[in-house]
Design a protein around this ligand. Sequence first.
Ligand SMILES: [Zn+2]
Length: 261
Amino acid sequence: MGSPVSIGLVAGCLVWIPVTIWIVALIGWMIQGEVDVLIGFCGLALGVGIGALAFVSRNQEIAPYLLFASISMLLIVPLIRAFANKRELAQMDVEQIEKGYDQLDEKPDNVGAKFRIAKMLYQRGAVEQAVAIADKALEGLPKAIFEDEHRTVRTWKRTIVNAKATQVTCLRCGASNKLGDLYCYRCQGPLMLFYARGSWVHPVIFRRVLIVWMAAMVSIVGIPLAAANLPAGKSTPAVFVLLMITVALGFLAFKGIGNTE
Ligand SMILES: [Zn+2]
């Protein structure tokens, strides 16, 4: 028994530290309802799987890789949670825009609905779009009655540092629309709803992080595992297959770049 074996043994035991933290945290989140049951159980299975591999694997050289995998599992958790939280908030804001459009469906000249949309855009930093929509909504309306609205728009205008947006591209048909338009002139779609979905909610980024992590796990854990445990004749094709899976996952992760869906 040389020193690599004992290093492997130590790493094999250490694996259980991040795995235990992971399991305790996951169960806590599942009880609090922060993580849904399916994802929770998948995560638990993954943790237990990594921990069990560290014990079962006859080849102790694999243990450091498993240790690395389990630590990375812990590091990715706050990242995933931050993405999920941000996404949830964005989803709520998009719903406000949706509500505004629903109101406009019922009553196309509903100033309140237009302001609901404009306010959300303003809050999200699309100041110029917000001002343009609000200005257009107030066009020809008596100042005395819509005093508050006029004041709001004046305050918004003061926050524009340097105007740069001149048009809004429709995310459905690609047409360039004038700032302040609520519906696409070409496809008649709810222009600012497309805009909100496209620029506030980023499911692609969220998915990409997960896929890249999975790809890293396949190559960091799977490849040394296959190389160490399979007989020579089988390990080469197995490693090749795992490499292909990693490449495929990497391709999947970056395929969506530039896609706003
Ligand atoms: Zn369009």
